[in-house]
Design a protein around this ligand. Structure first.
Ligand code: AMP
Length: 142
């Protein structure tokens, strides 16, 4: 990514905090939302963005995060249903141009995609990484 983007991340747990730290380090403007304030402890000392405490399902909380001005919205809570809902709201209500949702259940990805929501499935990615590791491992033994 070259130019600086305004990125809202809903969910600051293991995934959201990793993304927030890295995207902030790359020079993007990042706002991260979590309903559990303690989760912001996962942000690095160098994190240069903002935090909003609250349930991202509430429109007021998304407004506080200035979602309407965002170039990109990442739904990274630990609930597929919440991520789908947030992604739809970000897309249709706040008109965010790039919206991506975390979806654990790979069988649900097609539903998201039919609704025009881009998805990333950690489960699917892990399965691919495991298979690649098996191939590398067996190639190393050959
Ligand atoms: P993790 O699975 O470790 O990436 O964490 C997911 C994060 O999403 C946790 O920090 C939760 O507190 C957060 N989370 C879950 N539901 C919501 C919600 N409705 N609004 C804001 N944050 C949420």
């Amino acid at each position: 990514m070259s130019s600086s983007l305004y990125i809202v991340i809903a969910g600051c747990g293991r995934l959201g905090s990793l993304l927030a730290n890295e995207l902030s380090r790359q020079g993007h403007s990042v706002v991260v939302v979590d309903r559990n304030e303690a989760k912001f402890a996962g942000l690095s000392a160098e994190f240069g963005g903002f935090t909003v405490v609250g349930d991202a399902v509430e429109s007021d909380v998304l407004r506080q995060a200035k979602t309407g001005q965002a170039d990109c919205f990442l739904a990274t809570t630990n609930y597929d249903n919440v991520n789908l809902m947030l992604a739809q709201v970000a897309k249709t209500v706040f008109r965010v141009p790039l919206v991506i949702a975390r979806v654990f259940d790979p069988s649900r990805e097609s539903v998201y995609q039919q609704l025009g929501v881009a998805t990333i499935s950690p489960t699917r990615l892990s399965a691919l990484a495991f298979q690649a590791a098996i191939q590398q491992g067996s190639a190393g033994q050959a």
